[in-house]
Design a protein around this ligand. Sequence first.
Ligand code: LMR
Length: 357
Amino acid sequence: MGTGLIESNEGQGACFAPKKTMTGILFALLILAGATAVQAAEPIIIKFSHVVANDTPKGKAADKFRQLAEKYTGGRVRVELYPNSQLYKDREEMEALQRGAVQMLAPSVSKFGPLGVREFELFDLPYLIPDAETVDRVTDGDIGTNLFAKLEPKGLKGLAYWDNGFKQFSANRPLRKPEDFRGLKMRIQSSKVLEAMMRELGALPQVMAFSEVYSALQQKVIDGTENPLSNLYTQKMHEVQSHLTISDHGCLVYAVITNRKFWEGLPADIRSQLEKAMAEATRYERDIAKKENDDALAAVKAYGKTEIYVLSEAERKVWKEALLPVRAKFESVVGKDNMQAIDRITAEVESRKTRKK
Ligand code: LMR
């Protein structure tokens, strides 16, 4: 009669376990294997929250990332998109990312000030960066990398920079000269540079979450704001703004960010597949940004109730000069060296364009 104990058969003889026990062990092993397989199949969820509409450069690029991430990981990752501040508004989404309630965001770099990283407001300096090519050269270079490094101590990790072209001003009266802004309540993102810009124009800056802007314009809590055209149009702000000035006074840059612990905790193969998906989504985003904004301008024109005014070169020069004091004020915050580096890159891009002509 067997002892019921399992002895190794290397030692002193063959192993005798009662049949029932063997079945039990096999059954337990099967359960275990099953459980492991089920657990293994559970996809890693990435909640990607943002504040703009789907049919915008950021909305479309986030969806492109979703498709590629799910494809390249063979479904081991599932990306859930939450556009239009569905889950969180501007400020809340940053906090939600830090505590891991969501895994990915793509906020405007104008919104890192409240996090204590004001250096990103470099991109808010009016008329510092003249075109999208220079934006990409700056974000893909040392400046972009150094700025991302400043997010790491905040528990965040920078993955990529996306851009949404250039901002235009809108209000319910013509904005053709700097003094036309006097006394207007103008909505801005939570940036000290943008605040100083509005004050320099004699306007009253109002920091407000993006999702609140349309109703604040409609209820005349504010008089005007600044946006790339794709945001103005998809949020229907043109329906509550009688005047739009094409000023191209500043770029809107996004930082695609994740929670550092979440990212570092991912299996290495998954992380590299997600990096591949992000690189492709970034190329896609930059490819579509200009067309999305051009199409939005055409749609505002077609709407036909907003007077559209394009600043002439001479007028643009007047605005640029009127806003120069803002640069001087923020040299110590955003770095004089960074501003000089951008001027150098701008000159390189310009001279290469001239040579090509
Ligand atoms: C804004 O608040 O105006 C923008 O940053 C919104 C966005 O994400 O494009």
